[in-house]
Design a protein around this ligand. Structure first.
Ligand SMILES: Nc1ncnc2c1ncn2[C@@H]1O[C@H](COP(=O)(O)OP(=O)(O)OP(=O)(O)O)[C@@H](O)[C@H]1O
Length: 228
């Protein structure tokens, strides 16, 4: 489902964030990306949803090579990929319901199916009773659950999460992990960059460790592997 072949990324300032990466991630996998700060995890994620382009190599997602997708078709690619960020990135003036519905409105879904689908995902993340609130009225964990609802509302095949629990306390982080595991159990591939040793060592999944732009470990049911 996601393949990188000899992928390198050097930014315009000359920093090489990724160096000759070769990796394959199958449909339905749950993968942690771990590694020190500045190792290249966010760059890896940005390449997958084409926020950044590789300097060298091929990235193939669902059988399509990203460099061959025309600029105007990028929104179609992004419909297959839900993204969750550490700082939520919600629209502050819109309600919970509107933040989630927005992702469907831009792809011209009918009002009736928007209503049904938004209620469904808000229920999945446990926020059906907060639909009318705005982000500033919610806790950090609740805001992150809205961001997850927004990321999955289109039924994407992949959810990529860049430190989704980075701003949350441990209890709230477990709630977010339950939601991600639930989505994964329904078949969605999850790729999650994290610095949480506790999460990686407790919910054992495939671990890809990146250091200095290189994959230094790729292990099923792996450990976090770093002291924190
Ligand atoms: N837009 C950019 N322009 C130039 N250099 C960048 C850019 N984004 C990242 N870098 C550099 O690329 C390297 C990898 O950064 P990246 O954000 O991918 O690391 P990371 O593993 O996600 O780190 P963290 O855990 O701190 O989020 C770093 O040296 C960083 O300074």
């Amino acid at each position: 489902m996601i393949t990188m072949e000899n992928v390198s990324k050097t930014y315009s300032n000359g920093v090489t964030a990724l160096n000759d990466i070769n990796i394959h991630i199958d449909r339905g996998e749950f993968v942690y990306l771990v590694g020190p700060s500045g190792a290249g995890k966010s760059s890896f994620i940005r390449l997958i949803y084409r926020e950044a382009k590789p300097t060298k190599g091929k990235i193939i997602i669902n059988g399509r090579e990203l460099s061959k997708i025309k600029e105007r078709h990028i929104p179609y690619l992004r419909r297959d990929i839900g993204v969750v960020f550490q700082d939520f990135k919600l629209l502050q003036k819109l309600t919970v319901y509107e933040n989630v519905a927005f992702a469907l409105e831009v792809i011209e879904t009918s009002p009736k199916s928007i209503k049904r689908r938004v209620s469904e995902v808000l229920q999945l993340v446990g926020l059906e009773d907060k639909a009318k609130m705005i982000p500033s009225e919610l806790s950090g964990g609740e805001q992150q659950r809205v961001a997850i609802a927004r990321a999955i509302v289109n039924n994407p095949k992949v959810v990529i999460a860049d430190e989704p629990t980075g701003n949350l306390d441990p209890d709230t982080s477990w709630g977010i992990m339950e939601v991600l595991e639930d989505i994964n159990s329904k078949g969605t591939t999850i790729i999650m960059a994290t610095h949480s040793k506790h999460i990686v060592n407790t919910i054992k999944r495939r671990v890809i460790a990146i250091e200095d732009g290189n994959i230094v470990r790729d292990q099923q049911r792996g450990d976090y592997g770093y002291e924190v």
